[in-house]
Design a binder for this molecule. Structure first.
Ligand SMILES: [Zn+2]
Length: 208
């Protein structure tokens, strides 16, 4: 198995492609579908509903026919350009300071899409001898999840990024849900997981 990382042109968000043989799974698709050439893509998993992490859902679905799987709250929010933040994405890019942008990304302010399968709190996807555990980690957004692959690799979305404080104040974020559900779950994860975040490089998980 191989994990490949691609950076989107939208706020440098990470798309991951997990490859086993000639099959693949995409996490947080960006708009460029070239990385799938020669592969059968079975699933598209979403760490959360924000536009920079879902901008490629329609393009990838059309190119590969893969099933889109995410949390129920994420599945609801990706259907609305207001709730997936597409409608305010350009303004957000102008205001943010944590990613240096030479020019504002070309965003589709009307973007919306649908999930094929959702789950409420947690689920396990078994795929070609591997197990993806998907579990709710609300806080950064209501639909945020963690994805742990084979008890070893942790796709953390925007919930855990090295050196970056979790953003709880974007529209749809919840400090209460973070304090009561997200943070306690994160704190229980075993140290040593290899974290693949929604932005920037991988790192090793250590409890605070
Ligand atoms: Zn986000």
């Amino acid at each position: 198995m191989e994990i490949r990382r691609f950076e989107s042109d939208l706020l440098s968000s990470n798309m991951y492609l997990i490859v086993e043989g000639d099959h693949g799974i995409i996490i947080d698709p960006c708009r460029d579908t070239a990385p799938a050439e020669g592969l059968v893509i079975d699933y598209i998993l979403l760490t959360h509903e924000h536009y920079d992490h879902i901008s490629g859902v329609l393009a990838w679905k059309e190119a590969t026919g893969a099933m889109v799987l995410c949390s129920q709250a994420c599945g609801e929010n990706i259907q609305s350009p207001r709730r997936n933040l597409a409608s305010t994405f350009t303004a957000f890019c102008e205001l943010q300071t944590w990613v240096k942008l030479d020019k504002l990304p070309d965003a589709d302010s009307q973007f919306s899409c649908h999930a094929d399968e959702t789950f409420e709190d947690e689920t396990v996807l078994t795929w070609r001898g591997h197990a993806f555990k998907l579990f709710a980690l609300p806080g950064h957004s209501l639909g945020s999840i963690g994805i742990i692959l084979d008890d070893r690799y942790f796709f953390s979305g925007d919930t855990l990024i090295e050196g970056v404080q979790i953003a709880l104040r974007l529209p749809g974020g919840s400090k209460t849900r973070w304090n009561t559900i997200g943070a306690p779950r994160l704190a229980k994860l075993p140290e040593g997981l290899i974290v693949y975040p929604g932005h920037f490089d991988s790192f090793i998980y250590k409890r605070k």
